[in-house]
Design a protein around this ligand. Structure first.
Ligand code: G1P
Length: 295
């Protein structure tokens, strides 16, 4: 079985829901507490043993490339000022030389197309795909758990979670079949179903392990929903010739592409931090009480 060494991060989206901030700051660089959204997702990949990070960017996203570069001047200033803790932290999360690649999705033609743009960098091996809008909080990373399952099943794996049945139209929805190892066989996949199109409320939460055959399928894929190339359509096609499993992730997922998810993530991560929790619990409780009384 081939090891999952590479991870693809599609970071080309415009982030219009966060205007005006995203006029100049990519949505992936907005901070949850004190770390950019993208760092949380990269940390999850690193924890899972990913060795090479592939970013599919777009125009006005070069700050992401700068962010993952070494900041030699900053490091030496921190050293001179004796800020060892900050320096070590930055050095610890710094990707090594040659372990990042950047390519551009020249036009916003959908998730399937963004993934396809990474085909030359991925090459002929299975890879992980992490959608940076989805930030997870769990004692063990979602991708780590998926890779454990992959070691038992091989094939393709999609992480899934339950959503409010009223919200299935926002996501890719999968059907949960019989148990295989720590996962499930996938019975159906439908992208942003209309009412009545599915009975499942298991949504694709933005983490995938895919075989390289997906690229050839995307290449022949027709433009579909929203005049985009949907990854889900290509996965459906691939599922005809290769096994697809679902991993039921039990941690928390914050959809940071929405204001609600982004704000929730900020509060949840702040409350999970020993250095911040005590400072914010009382003011947060007071704010909530004030709001409830007012309304
Ligand atoms: C994409 C996928 C969808 C998935 C979702 C998770 O949709 O196409 O299957 O459920 O991400 O965030 P998008 O959010 O790009 O519309």
């Amino acid at each position: 079985m081939r090891k999952i060494r590479k991870a693809v991060f599609p970071v080309g989206g415009l982030g219009t829901r966060f205007l005006p901030a995203t006029k100049t700051v990519p949505k992936e660089m907005l901070t949850i507490v004190d770390k950019p959204v993208i760092q949380y997702v990269v940390d999850e990949a690193s924890e899972a043993g990913i060795e090479h990070l592939i970013f599919v960017t777009g125009r006005n996203k070069s700050v992401i490339e700068d962010y993952f570069d070494a900041q030699i001047e900053l490091y030496s200033t921190l050293e001179t000022r004796g800020k060892k803790k900050d320096l070590h932290h930055l050095q610890r999360i710094q990707p090594g030389p040659g372990t990042t690649s950047f390519t551009r999705q020249q036009e916003p033609l959908g998730l399937g197309h963004a993934v396809w743009c990474a085909r030359e960098l991925v090459g002929n091996e299975p890879f992980a795909l992490l959608l940076p809008d989805m930030v997870m909080q769990a004692s063990k990373g979602c991708l780590s758990e998926m890779i454990e399952l992959y070691h038992e099943t091989g094939g393709n794996i999609i992480a899934m979670q339950e959503c409010d049945p009223q919200e299935v139209h926002k996501y890719g929805i999968v059907g949960k079949g019989h148990v295989v190892a720590n996962g499930f066989k996938i019975t159906e996949m439908v992208e942003k179903p209309e009412k009545g199109q599915t009975t499942s409320n298991f949504y694709i939460n933005g983490r995938y392990i895919l075989q390289p055959e997906i690229f050839r399928i995307i290449e022949n894929q027709k433009y579909c929903l929203g005049n985009e190339i949907q990854l889900t359509d290509s996965m459906l096609d691939l599922a005809r010739s290769e096994p697809f499993y679902g991993f039921h992730f039990k941690g928390k997922t914050f959809d940071c592409g929405s204001k609600r998810g982004f704000i929730e993530a900020n509060v949840a991560f702040a409350l999970s931090r020993d250095d911040i929790r005590d400072q914010i619990t009382a003011p947060l409780a007071a704010l909530l009480k004030e709001t409830t009384t007012r309304n």
